[in-house]
Design a protein around this ligand. Structure first.
Ligand SMILES: NC(=O)c1ccc[n+]([C@@H]2O[C@H](COP(=O)([O-])OP(=O)(O)OC[C@H]3O[C@@H](n4cnc5c(N)ncnc54)[C@H](OP(=O)(O)O)[C@@H]3O)[C@@H](O)[C@H]2O)c1
Length: 326
């Protein structure tokens, strides 16, 4: 038996229960992993609330790093003691130990701490697909990133800035503004104090931006469209403030805009894509060109507090849950 978070009903952070669960032995194609660190992601909140659906009861979590404790029969390429990481689909990672298909795991380079690894499997790979594949950021582009001090936002700003773009970030507080500036934002707008569309208009002298990376959703969507240049790209990759209202095609026709609602899993559909994306993130972390800010850690048993703080916009950078037995 190990300890894990279980959810029996959708609702607030209080539905996250700390319980004993059975782990068992890995079958063919599987490995058992004792988690050293579990990444907290806003998508965990969507599932907990029932905005994204999964069968109840379930163990939450999509991102973790840990040590292999058993290898399924006949499986090669993996051994007990390997440090591995996972990130992506619903993976039940809020647990001390779990069994996963080996095909979704990657080996973590020895120079990368498992706590850092557990923060970049989803957040780093999301930054990668957004700036390298969804809309390809190039020198000369002007990019608007909402929630620029968040887990994904921090990495996205660094990556876009490193590619030579002018980055405009939005954040809610002065402290988050300071972090966003350190992460490569050339301009930071505190959108709780100033209308961000007006701010972008001033910064770009009325030209607008090439792309908006918007994961705030409901509160920012309309303003984001207003910030775009003709033929600009609206990338709505999340909805931390709620689901945006439906968009009439006429809203895009006004400036011949492109609109996409991308998900990481559709950019890493094969093991090759996963490894290529992940290795690029690891390489950037190892070379120091991507700084991973693990600004908050909580014991895994305190996941409810971590959820409450994430939803209350009290966190910045990555939030990691540490299994109590580690
Ligand atoms: N499409 C994909 O494949 C994919 C993959 C990973 C993540 N995502 C999305 O990326 C976003 C960021 O994820 P994350 O885990 O890194 O979270 P995060 O950005 O660390 O946290 C969310 C941030 O959103 C901002 N926010 C604005 N309005 C909010 C509200 N009403 N309630 C809560 N937060 C609000 C806050 O920043 P301020 O205080 O600065 O406003 C808050 O810190 C999420 O929307 C997530 O769903 C999408």
């Amino acid at each position: 038996m190990v300890k894990a978070i279980r959810v029996y009903d959708n609702g607030g952070p209080e539905v996250l229960k700390w319980e004993d669960v059975e782990v068992g032995e890995p079958k063919e194609g599987e490995i058992r992993v004792r988690n050293k660190a579990v990444g907290l992601n806003f998508v965990d909140v969507y599932y907990r609330k029932g905005i994204y659906k999964t069968a109840l009861p379930y163990t939450p979590g999509h991102e973790a790093a840990g040590v292999v404790t058993a290898v399924g029969p006949g499986l090669t390429g993996w051994k007990v003691g390997d440090i591995v990481a996972i990130g992506g689909n619903q993976l039940a990672s809020y647990t001390e130990e779990q069994i996963i298909p080996a095909s979704i795991a990657v080996h973590v380079p020895p120079s990368i701490d498992p706590i850092v690894a557990a923060s970049i499997m989803i957040k780093g790979m999301t930054a990668q697909f957004l700036v390298c594949r969804c809309f390809k950021v190039e020198p000369g582009h002007t990019v608007l990133v909402h929630a620029a001090a968040g887990g994904v936002g921090s990495l996205l700003c660094q990556w876009a800035s490193g590619l030579g773009a002018t980055v405009i970030g939005t954040v809610s507080t002065e402290a988050k503004a300071a972090q966003a500036a350190e992460d490569g934002c050339h301009h930071v707008i505190i959108y709780t104090q100033e209308d961000f569309a007006t701010g972008v208009d001033k910064i770009t002298s009325g030209k607008g931006v090439d792309v908006v990376y918007d994961a705030v959703g409901k509160d920012t969507f309309q303003g984001s469209l207003a910030c775009l240049k003709p033929r600009g790209y609206m990338v709505n990759y999340g909805q931390s403030s709620g689901t945006p209202d439906p968009v009439p095609l006429s809203a895009l026709a006004a400036k011949s805009l492109f609109l996409t609602r991308p998900l990481l899993r559709w950019y890493n559909t094969t093991q090759e894509e996963l490894l290529e994306c992940c290795n690029e993130v690891f390489a950037k972390v190892e070379s120091g060109t991507l700084r991973v800010r693990v600004n908050h850690t909580y014991p895994l048993s305190h996941a409810a507090q971590a959820h409450a703080d994430l939803e209350a916009r009290k966190t910045s950078g990555s939030v990691v849950l540490i299994p109590d037995a580690v």
